[in-house]
Design a protein around this ligand. Structure first.
Ligand SMILES: *[C@@H]1O[C@H](CO)[C@@H](O)[C@H](O)[C@H]1NC(C)=O
Ligand SMILES: *[C@@H]1O[C@H](CO)[C@@H](O)[C@H](O)[C@H]1NC(C)=O
Ligand SMILES: *[C@@H]1O[C@H](CO)[C@@H](O)[C@H](O)[C@H]1NC(C)=O
Ligand SMILES: *[C@@H]1O[C@H](CO)[C@@H](O)[C@H](O)[C@H]1NC(C)=O
Ligand SMILES: *[C@@H]1O[C@H](CO)[C@@H](O)[C@H](O)[C@H]1NC(C)=O
Ligand SMILES: *[C@@H]1O[C@H](CO)[C@@H](O)[C@H](O)[C@H]1NC(C)=O
Ligand SMILES: *[C@@H]1O[C@H](CO)[C@@H](O)[C@H](O)[C@H]1NC(C)=O
Ligand SMILES: *[C@@H]1O[C@H](CO)[C@@H](O)[C@H](O)[C@H]1NC(C)=O
Ligand SMILES: *[C@@H]1O[C@H](CO)[C@@H](O)[C@H](O)[C@H]1NC(C)=O
Length: 380
């Protein structure tokens, strides 16, 4: 299964689906940050799928934020077999050779206080994703004609070791974040991250659209589970099972109707060969009553699997809204703006800031679709 290809197609739809407002409003204020290659990474075998050097983008903090660090894992699907990983190795998802050298820093990565009130003056780092497995693999495929590096774990370590002497090692506050495949990486590396920082530092982690449910699809198949099994041949990969083992304070940001999970986990093309769901996938208002009921069931499953976190995690935070979205912390529109999504009149940026700085307990669960009118800008 070439899910990574599907994922890229899905993300393209996401940025410009007909029911989405596709705007580049703040084009003129875009902050572009240069790529830093980790030059000595090859000495520890920390290489992208194709053998290229791993990389990150660092924008320095200043003022009161000069000693605080935000690390953001880039997302972008996965590859789960040799064929799909070979394809990926020749794209920006598997090689720094094909990546843009200048990255836009927006949303949680913005340096503008009026766009990112709590983290704008921190050191902000985007970790580029080029291993195909959420920075988690450690293997090599080599059959004589084809060579692939599955070195996500080493890439993570090499980037951390590069950043420690740049100030990360003396951080006062830190937040490890990430979206989608990067949100999963944030779950997986959260406690490991904490161990590299001073014992008196305040360290927390955030997963955006990384809460992948171990749910059945509409044909009752375990599509997501078998995909991950191929990916890591590891059973307990799902955040819903890993969550209770994480010691570091954690924030879960997710839509209850996460578009990626909807399109690839709940209703994968294999489970809907006649395309009965095509209209509903592109426009939630076009879903019939049965389809809506299935989506409500998915939301219920997600909330149930978060229940003990909601009830028992004293230092945890959550924001489960009901917008059809995937990744809401990186784009300005959804992170913090006049018409950004809100729960109880609180934007995602405010909720994450309130939780990080312990201003108040932040565990927000939205009412079920279609009640949330702050999502109106996503649907015609
Ligand atoms: C920060 O964002 C605000 C709101 O978009 C904008 O008016 C202002 O010019 C921006 N400041 C900088 C320095 O880009
Ligand atoms: C980005 O970094 C490269 C290598 O250090 C340098 O050659 C290039 O001029 C930089 N680009 C910008 C826009 O700063
Ligand atoms: C190595 O693997 C690739 C990808 O599966 C395949 O196309 C190729 O034929 C294999 N080479 C050998 C020598 O088995
Ligand atoms: C690479 O260099 C950085 C400093 O530039 C150092 O902190 C790091 O430990 C080195 N990594 C390896 C694998 O040698
Ligand atoms: C942590 O301890 C070091 C060394 O005692 C001190 O310089 C630093 O200010 C402390 N950091 C915090 C966040 O308290
Ligand atoms: C972090 O994880 C890596 C890889 O699993 C491990 O080698 C390393 O020892 C861990 N670091 C710490 C400080 O525990
Ligand atoms: C369900 O999974 C089985 C085993 O992986 C597969 O053979 C079957 O085609 C799947 N059915 C659908 C509708 O995807
Ligand atoms: C909805 O489900 C019911 C019961 O399974 C079925 O009778 C009905 O035809 C379905 N409606 C649509 C629009 O698919
Ligand atoms: C919602 O918050 C905004 C500021 O973010 C405020 O201006 C507005 O009055 C609030 N609305 C309600 C109903 O509390």
């Amino acid at each position: 299964m070439k899910l990574n290809v599907v994922v890229l197609a899905a993300l393209a739809v996401l940025t410009c689906a007909p029911w989405r407002v596709c705007s580049e409003k703040s084009e003129e204020h875009r902050l572009l940050v240069n790529m830093t290659l980790v030059r000595n990474a090859s000495t520890v075998g920390a290489l992208c799928l194709d053998g290229s050097l791993p990389a990150y983008h660092l924008h320095r903090g200043f003022g009161a934020g000069a000693k605080n660090w935000l690390l953001q894992f880039e997302g972008g699907g996965w590859c789960n077999d040799v064929e799909s990983c070979l394809d990926r190795a020749e794209t920006r998802r598997g090689s720094t050779r094909y990546m843009t050298k200048l990255e836009v820093f927006s949303g949680i990565l913005s340096n503008n206080a009026s766009l990112n009130p709590d983290f704008y003056n921190w050191n902000r780092v985007k970790l580029r994703y080029c291993d195909g497995a959420s920075f988690a693999g450690d293997a090599i495929f080599d059959n004589g004609t084809s060579l692939l590096y599955f070195r996500g774990q080493r890439i993570w370590q090499a980037i951390i070791h590069d950043l420690l002497p740049k100030g990360l090692g003396m951080a006062r506050k830190a937040l490890l974040s990430g979206c989608s495949a990067g949100g999963l990486a944030s779950f997986l590396h959260c406690d490991n991250f904490t161990k590299y920082l001073p014992a008196n530092a305040s360290v927390k982690c955030l997963s955006d659209a990384g809460f992948f449910l171990d749910a059945r699809d509409i044909s009752l198949n375990h599509t997501m589970r078998s995909f991950y099994k191929d990916l890591v041949s590891l059973q307990c990969f799902f955040p819903q099972y890993a969550l209770r083992f994480i010691q570091t304070p954690f924030f879960i940001l997710n839509s209850a109707y996460d578009v990626f999970q909807f399109h690839h986990g709940l209703v994968p093309p294999s489970a809907d060969p006649h395309g009965h769901w095509n209209h509903c996938k592109l426009n939630p208002a076009a879903c019939d009553a049965n389809q809506t009921a299935i989506l409500q069931g998915f939301r219920r499953d997600m909330i149930v699997s978060l229940f003990s976190f909601f009830e028992c995690s004293e230092r945890g935070g959550m924001y489960i809204n009901s917008c059809f979205a995937h990744c809401q912390s990186e784009s300005q529109d959804t992170w913090f703006g006049i018409d950004s999504p809100r729960i109880h009149n609180k934007t995602i940026a405010q909720a994450v800031g309130d939780w990080y700085f312990s201003r108040r307990v932040t565990k927000e669960i939205d009412c079920a679709y279609p009640c949330d009118t702050t999502c109106h800008n996503l649907i015609p």
